[in-house]
Design a binder for this molecule. Structure first.
Ligand SMILES: Nc1ncnc2c1ncn2[C@@H]1O[C@H](COP(=O)(O)OP(=O)(O)OP(=O)(O)O)[C@@H](O)[C@H]1O
Ligand SMILES: [Mg+2]
Length: 282
């Protein structure tokens, strides 16, 4: 079952002079076992949307149904399943500082596991595995998370979520502040999580990531849903109205096509894909 967002609205600071309608009647579906990107101009409501998914904020109206297992709605009633929901769907925040608080990197990553009942030594072993997966080596384990660079903090925050083994992993700008090598480590990790059958939701401003890694893309504009489909469907429309740039690989394939090369751009996610289509045509 997918994630279903139904007529969702969210208002910050309602009935005050600073009232902001961050989401306006958004309805969409996010399929299981795939990578879905959420994109849109700054302030379009991306972070607000994903924070409703595990009830960090409650909708002002409308609801979110998570795989028919959990429902997040505006009701004032307490959601008894909230701990289970947050284990099932976990979010890596846009600002990793919000997520880090322990005195060492390894304790920080182990924290959530201990919260779910694991003993410290086992939790630390699992934390080390997760840190390896995000490319953080042993020399960091006993350092304070607050002394790390922005990119290192982000990777530790990602480790703190994947160690919990959630079914749905939401990452808010996971490659912001990372160098190309650091980005690639995280993106490869995301692909391997997809292979394990996880559902991945990525908020990003990077259209290269959308083209090369994502199966679906959702576009928000001023709190409203303006597009839902595949990356190649998105890039074949007029995206400039949403302040979205066409990724260079897509633009290059399009110009080859205009020059008469019969390409199926919807199947091109990398230079290698392009090369193999060109070889087939020869
Ligand atoms: N805590 C808050 N209090 C009041 N208004 C907020 C708060 N958080 C966000 N907003 C407002 O809600 C709207 C949507 O913000 P949101 O953070 O969801 O956007 P975003 O798409 O994630 O942007 P970015 O790409 O810059 O991260 C913006 O107008 C923003 O100013
Ligand atoms: Mg944001």
């Amino acid at each position: 079952m997918p994630i279903k967002v139904n007529n969702l609205s969210y208002i910050y600071l309602p009935k005050t002079p600073n009232e902001t309608k961050a989401l306006n009647n958004v309805s969409l579906e996010i399929p299981n076992g795939q990578i879905t990107a959420i994109v849109g101009h700054t302030g379009s409501g991306k972070s607000t949307l994903i924070q409703t998914f595990n009830q960090l904020i409650k909708p002002s109206s409308g609801f979110v149904n998570i795989d028919d297992k959990f429902v997040v709605e505006s009701s004032k009633k307490k959601n008894k399943k909230i701990k289970d929901l947050r284990k099932y769907l976990s979010i890596v925040f846009q600002f990793p500082e919000y997520q880090l608080f322990e005195e060492t990197v390894e304790k920080d990553v182990a924290y959530g596991l201990k919260n779910f009942g694991l003993k410290e030594p086992e939790a630390i072993i699992k934390a080390h595995e997760a840190l390896k997966q995000v490319g953080i080596n042993e020399s960091f384990y006993l350092r304070s998370p607050f002394e790390l660079s922005g990119g290192e903090k982000r990777r530790v925050a990602i480790a703190g979520i994947i160690v919990l083994d959630p079914q749905i992993i939401v990452l808010d700008e996971p490659t912001a502040g990372l160098d190309p090598e650091g980005s690639k480590t995280i993106l490869d990790l995301i692909l391997s999580l997809k292979k394990e059958g996880k559902t991945i939701i990525l908020v990003t401003h990077d259209m290269n990531i959308v083209q090369s890694y994502c199966d679906n893309v959702v576009v928000l504009n001023k709190g409203e849903l303006v597009f839902q489909g595949t990356p190649s469907e998105l890039f074949s429309t007029d995206v400039s109205r949403f302040s979205i740039e066409i990724p260079p690989l897509y633009a290059f394939c399009q110009s080859l096509k205009q020059k008469g090369l019969n390409l199926d751009i919807s199947k091109i996610q990398s230079i290698e894909d392009l090369m193999s289509q060109i070889k087939e045509k020869r």
